[in-house]
Design a protein around this ligand. Structure first.
Ligand SMILES: *Cc1c(COP(=O)(O)O)cnc(C)c1O
Length: 370
């Protein structure tokens, strides 16, 4: 078995899911966002825990991501957050998912697909309240309700919109979006007083810091995994990171002063140095941009990455005081002794966000569940 693996603590995930659900007003539904294999954490396991914790629905980006969930026997509603092209409409029918729709949707083809499968397809109308990604204009909502209602095999499940700046220190734009969505909700309720539509706006940041983004449903993503959407969002629910990245030393050797380490010899040993090699690289999703920047924990001590990170291996400098042999455990993300490397540290060094680090861990890295 490969010594490089991700460990996912399901107790943390359950704790987080429970705290998030309990923070919502009574009567609100909650949709667990499990796209991109639950941000790398494993969509089937996270979805199963979410359902056990009373979540009402799941959300993925594309219908392909719903297949493993259905194969695992999950029957909860699954929303598709991105737009689906007609080539994939059959998959919507066979996975029984609820697609996002807007004016770019081929409703004729979607209705025909529903007929062919002898069923009704529920749709979620995407509304653009200021993200400018997908969605109808809020001013045209009644028109689109009429358009969709005219198709016998389509049924409107509800309306959702996505926040562009809910995690920013300046909440001006976020409030503009919540106000636009609020007006849309009033317009729809007035026009269709007897319908029980789902109105969903809040993402993680909205759920935590913007009570006016809470309508009938919330869609938390990153916070389920114990990570805040940005440094401007405080961890008021005491959520816990669930994921850690492990490996072990496979080789230790002495590099004489002046030797260049790795491809391009971008690191020159300033003195005789002890170098340890660790079997993880950018093909595993450990960012190559951490070359000569990042560090790992060995025996509770930070050891600097030296030289370029390779596809499958990287090298670190060992402090003279550490007596290290092959087989010694290494933490690349997580805690060891009194020290911690968080996904935020890695994301900052790689000039990106935790989301991208999580999604980058490749399939070749086994996931171990605690
Ligand atoms: C990814 C996504 C979410 C979850 O976002 P987080 O910032 O992880 O909470 C919610 N809604 C939509 C439409 C998304 O694309």
């Amino acid at each position: 078995m490969r010594p490089t693996y991700l460990e996912i603590n399901t107790t943390c995930i359950r704790h987080n899911l429970r705290a998030i659900k309990n923070s919502l007003p009574n009567g609100m539904t909650c949709t667990a966002v499990v796209k991109a294999n639950a941000y790398g954490h494993g969509s089937v396991i996270v979805s199963q825990i979410a359902i056990e914790e009373g979540y009402d629905a799941l959300a993925v980006a594309i219908p392909e991501e719903a297949i493993p969930l259905r194969q695992a026997g999950i029957v909860a509603p699954i929303y598709l957050l991105g737009l689906t092209r007609p080539q994939s409409f059959d998959l919507i029918a066979t996975t029984n998912t609820i697609p996002a729709v807007c004016e770019s949707t081929d409703f004729e083809a979607l209705n025909a697909c529903a007929s062919k499968h002898n069923r009704v397809i529920e749709v979620a109308i995407a509304v653009d309240t200021g993200m400018h990604r997908i969605g109808i204009s809020p001013t045209e909502v009644l028109h689109w309700i009429d358009v969709i209602d005219a198709y016998p095999q389509l049924r409107i499940n509800g309306f959702f919109s996505h926040m562009a700046n809910a995690d920013a220190a300046d909440q001006t734009h976020a409030h503009e979006q919540t106000q636009l969505f609020n007006r849309l909700v009033s317009t729809v309720k007035e026009a269709r007083p007897n319908k029980q539509y789902r109105f969903s706006l809040a993402n993680s940041a909205g759920l935590l810091v913007l009570t006016d983004s809470l309508f009938t449903d919330a869609r938390p993503g990153i916070i389920q995994y114990g990570i805040m959407p940005s440094v401007d969002v405080p961890n008021t629910l005491h959520l816990q990171p669930a994921l850690s990245l492990h490996s072990e030393v496979v080789h230790v050797h002495q590099a004489p002063a002046g030797s260049g380490i790795g491809y391009g010899s971008t690191y020159i040993a300033p003195k005789d140095m002890k170098i340890a090699t660790i079997p993880i690289g950018y093909a595993d999703g450990y960012p190559r941009s951490l070359s000569n920047k990042g560090s790992v924990l060995i025996k509770g001590t930070y050891c600097s990455i030296v030289g370029r990170i390779c596809m499958d291996q990287l090298m670190v400098a060992l402090p003279d005081t550490l007596d290290i042999h092959p087989g010694e455990p290494v933490i690349l993300l997580g805690s060891q002794g009194n020290e911690t490397i968080s996904v935020l540290d890695i994301a900052a060094l790689a000039d990106t966000i935790p989301y991208e680090i999580f999604c980058g861990f490749s399939e070749r890295v086994p996931r171990h569940y605690l």
